[in-house]
Design a binder for this molecule. Structure first.
Ligand code: ADP
Length: 280
């Protein structure tokens, strides 16, 4: 409830702020109803209506559970934050933070090494593939993630990768006046979103697979997707491409063979902007 959430988070003090993303700020906190530490995401949407559909959508998301997904614990349809009313989502807290930090900002903790070795990186790729397999194929209603990128991949106590923010695209489209997920802002992040999203195409599981391809290259090489990389046709990643057949064998054979080969083939073909639907 509003009250317990508010009290538990110590009035959202800056010291509890973990990070700020595209859709709001994430705070570390505790809930009376939950044991242990939680992550509270305050959604930075001014519109406070549509509570029923928000709660219904959250309840549906609560049932989506997988070893490689960040669990949604609860939601709050009206929370007092900096003098205004917002909606919030509560997730299990991921002690080892996000992949963005591990890949690009050097992690210093007492218990863990600072960088990920190749075996750990491959394991993370497989973890993300498992999560996508679940979201796309095993869920009754396929869930398109729409925003796969390193800051949405979180690492738990055992450095198991957990995909966060799944279902957020659909959730946000239910509580804003936007009619669908084709609206700017819910369609991913430049560098990770497939080119056709910028051309007005609907989000799709195929689009997620494109983002996954980019993400995988970044995890394995440690290099962010840059504009130069697009221009150079990913020549930087020759060695990763050479390793792909072996990686594909390790990754869930049900998920991959076709879609993934097509994703990587699209990257290699330097992305044919004339035929966005043929990308994947
Ligand atoms: P973005 O939009 O960039 O993905 P988010 O708003 O999802 O950012 O999250 C901001 C930051 O908060 C993330 O980079 C991550 O470090 C942290 N974070 C998000 N969810 C959790 C969680 N469940 N546990 C621990 N940290 C989290």
């Amino acid at each position: 409830s509003y009250q317990s959430l508010y009290q538990a988070t110590d009035g959202f003090s800056p010291s509890n702020l973990i990070g700020t993303g595209g859709f709001g700020s994430v705070y570390k906190g505790r809930l009376e109803s939950e044991e242990g530490v939680v992550a509270i995401k305050v959604l930075n949407l001014q519109r406070t209506g549509a509570d029923k559909s928000f709660i219904a959508e959250c309840n549906a998301l609560k049932n989506i559970r997988h070893r490689n997904l960040v669990k949604i614990l609860t939601c709050c349809s009206s929370i007092d934050y900096k003098g205004q009313t917002f909606k919030a989502l509560v997730f299990e807290f991921m002690t080892n933070g996000c992949l963005e930090n591990w890949l690009h900002h050097g992690i210093e903790t007492a218990e863990h090494q600072r960088t990920l070795d190749l075996r750990q990186r491959l394991t993370i790729v497989i973890d993300i593939a498992s999560a996508l397999h679940y979201l796309h194929i095993e869920c009754k209603q396929p869930i398109v993630h729409c925003d796969l990128k390193p800051s949405n991949i979180l690492l738990d106590d055992d450095l198991v990768a957990r995909v966060g923010d799944f279902g957020l695209a659909r959730l946000l489209s239910t509580i804003t006046s936007l009619s669908n997920t084709s609206t700017i802002g819910i369609k991913g992040t430049i560098g990770y979103a497939p080119p056709e999203y910028g051309m007005g195409y609907e989000v799709s599981t195929k689009g997620d697979m494109y983002s996954f391809g980019i993400l995988m290259l970044e995890i394995l090489t440690g290099r962010r997707p840059t504009e130069e990389m697009f221009k150079e046709g990913y020549n930087l990643h020759k060695h990763v491409r050479a390793a792909l057949p072996n990686i594909l064998q390790i990754i869930d054979p049900v998920l991959l063979p076709r879609k993934f080969e097509q994703t990587t083939a699209a990257i290699e073909a330097d992305i044919d902007m004339e035929n966005p639907t043929d990308l994947h």
